[in-house]
Design a protein around this ligand. Structure first.
Ligand SMILES: Nc1ncnc2c1ncn2[C@@H]1O[C@H](COP(=O)(O)OP(=O)(O)OP(=O)(O)O)[C@@H](O)[C@H]1O
Ligand SMILES: [Mg+2]
Length: 600
């Protein structure tokens, strides 16, 4: 879809406001034109000059004759009043037009932002893996902001265009010959603006690209600030980003110097047109200049008022061209066809009855060739625990991610009570699962709100109960403000073990049907591990649980242990059975036993 069609598509959703904007714009232009047209005859009349309206447009003569009844001085005072009234009406309608056009452009921007937000919430994980967060923030912030300006400019252009058309109509009614020449001359001026417009687009592209680079770089540094500081990379990062700041401002400056040229260039060209019209008028109307002076003056005044509007239009064209690359970015961003979306399913999930079956699962990450899961067959009966072990990169987290449908397998199926996972309505399915993932996420909010995120209607008692069962209550109440303590970005104020226990409490609070725990006990000291371990046991008791742990000590009591090796299930059994088999599990176990005797 072309960027302009995107704007049009959004605009057409607000037909009433488009109609009002056009109607007020048109009436404002009409009052403006009529009052302008009356000024010269009235001023001449008031000064006692002869007002000759032969050759004047019928509408002007009509207005004049209808007001001419009173005759003499009073006639012109009447007309003065009429002009004032027309100017008043012009200003009232212009004001209303500003209000409606502003409301219109704001509504369009709101619509676009909301559509972008909805898209970000709907799109699959895969999109986020391929797109940098800084780029997204730039699109949803800066680029949508530029698109907003483009919309305002487009609406303004629409209003200005209406005014110019009305004025051209008035000019035509005064003298079609002169207007023909004016139009040709002004068209030449506008065409010669093509040069500026092209440059504006080029600089706009530069600005859009540099803004994206800048956003991406800043966000990367902020997310990795610990690494930046730990490696003393501040000067390097400063240089990198300072360079981007310079490049961005240069692009912005270039586009401003370009557009700053348009107004003076157009004013000069406009004046040249007026002079040309004057000279041509003399040639055209040689001999009748005396009688035509009122009409000619009126023509020139109307033209004079119209010229800045033509200038404005040319300027707006270049501003619009400058913003076009941003509109293109937003258009591409809002397109749904080029983004991954998951089928949502329609059967409401109402609880597990028998168990979960993984059937000949195959998986490769989108856009990658390497097969991460290969012919995985597993059976997880209701109310039992299945543990996944295996070396790093074996595919454990990937397998766990398929259960809440963060990804879909490329072949094979996951069945819940003999029904394909894909048939379930995706939100109700996910809401029935508690997930404690490898990297616990916490919001920069209070402990209480972080816990209640999984269940918004949870009472204080339920929250405290969940915290107690997750072995988190003790440390929470020791925090400066207890449950109301703010825990910083991603929970930086807490230790790794504390964060994990909060994540477990959050999952507990939800009382999920199915539980997915990914390596919840890695990188912890013995005491923390015991606490977390206790919390996990509490959480997984009598619950259907898929657990991944590097420390084999934590899964010894699991009903089944599946050993994954390079995406394949190579062994399945209980701890004792697998040890007796003397295979990969026994090997992993003896390695850990010799490395970390204290944890076994
Ligand atoms: N988003 C991704 N895109 C492409 N490949 C990925 C992605 N995530 C993981 N992989 C690859 O898939 C393979 C399995 O990764 P996975 O995270 O499932 O391993 P794991 O068994 O959980 O390892 P660990 O024990 O280290 O957590 C790895 O080779 C990894 O490089
Ligand atoms: Mg993992």
């Amino acid at each position: 879809m072309s960027p302009n069609r995107l704007l049009l598509q959004f605009a057409l959703r607000r037909p009433l406001w488009i109609g009002l904007t056009i109607a007020f714009g048109f009436s404002g232009a009409l009052f403006n034109g009529v009052s302008t047209m009356l000024i010269i005859p009235v001023v001449l009349g008031l000064l006692g000059e002869e007002v000759n309206l032969s050759g004047a447009p019928p509408i002007l003569r009509k207005v004049f004759s209808s007001l001419a009844q009173s005759g003499g001085e009073a006639q012109f005072l009447w007309m003065m009043g009429f002009i004032l009234l027309a100017i008043l009406l012009k200003n009232v309608t212009s004001y209303l037009s500003t209000l409606t056009s502003s409301y219109l452009s704001r509504s369009l921007v709101k619509d676009i932002r909301k559509e972008g937000l909805q898209l970000l919430l709907d799109v699959d994980f895969d999109f986020y893996i391929k797109t940098k967060a800084g780029d997204l923030i730039n699109r949803l912030g800066g680029e949508v902001g530029s698109t907003a300006t483009a919309i305002r400019v487009a609406v303004l252009m629409l209003c200005t265009m209406i005014t110019v058309l009305v004025f051209t109509g008035i000019l035509l009614s005064i003298s079609w010959q002169l207007t023909l020449i004016t139009t040709v001359l002004l068209a030449i001026v506008s065409l010669s603006n093509g040069f500026f417009v092209k440059r504006a687009k080029h600089f706009g592209q530069q600005l859009s690209d540099r803004s994206r680079d800048y956003s991406v770089a800043v966000l990367e540094v902020l997310t990795g600030i610990r690494l930046v500081k730990a490696t003393g990379s501040e000067p390097y990062e400063y240089q990198q980003i300072a360079h981007l700041i310079d490049a961005r401002e240069k692009a912005d400056y270039d586009s401003q110097t370009n557009s700053a040229l348009i107004t003076p260039a157009n004013e000069m060209a406009g004046l040249t047109v007026v002079v040309a019209i004057l000279l041509l008028g003399r040639v055209f109307f040689r001999g009748q200049l005396e009688s035509l002076s009122t009409v000619l003056l009126t023509y020139l005044l109307v033209l004079f008022r119209m010229l800045p509007l033509v200038g404005q239009l040319n300027n707006a064209r270049s501003v619009f061209a400058n913003l076009a690359p941003s509109v293109a970015v937003v258009t591409d961003f809002l397109r749904r066809e080029n983004k991954p979306f998951m089928s949502k399913g329609h059967v409401p999930y109402s609880g597990l009855r028998e168990g979960i079956r993984f059937e000949k699962l195959e998986f490769t990450y989108p856009g990658h060739d390497r097969q991460v899961l290969n012919q995985v067959d597993l059976w997880l009966p209701k109310g039992t625990t299945l543990a996944l072990v295996g070396s790093s990169g074996a595919g454990k987290s990937t397998l766990a991610d398929l259960l809440p449908r963060f990804y879909d397998p490329i072949a094979g199926r996951i069945l819940i009570d003999d029904r394909d996972l894909k048939e379930f309505e995706i939100r109700s399915l996910r809401q029935s699962m508690g997930i404690v993932s490898q990297d616990t996420f916490l919001f920069n909010d209070s402990v209480r709100n972080n816990l209640a995120y999984a269940r918004r209607d949870a009472t204080d008692d339920q929250i405290i109960e969940a915290a107690k069962r997750a072995n988190a209550y003790e440390f929470i109440v020791k925090l400066p403000e207890g449950f109301e303590t703010l825990i910083g970005d991603r929970g930086v104020m807490l230790s790794g073990g504390q964060r994990q226990r909060l994540a477990i409490a959050r999952a507990l609070l939800r009382d999920p049907d199915i539980l997915i725990l990914d390596e919840a006990t890695s990188a912890l000291d013995t005491v923390s591990e015991r606490l977390v371990q206790g919390a996990i046991e509490e959480l997984s008791r009598d619950r259907t649980t898929l657990v991944i742990a590097h420390r084999l000590s934590t899964i010894q009591s699991a009903d089944q242990i599946a050993v994954l090796d390079q995406g394949r299930v190579v062994e399945v059994g209980t701890h004792t059975e697998l040890l007796r088999q003397g295979g990969l599990y026994a090997q992993l176990h003896s390695m850990q036993f010799s490395e970390e005797p204290q944890t076994v």
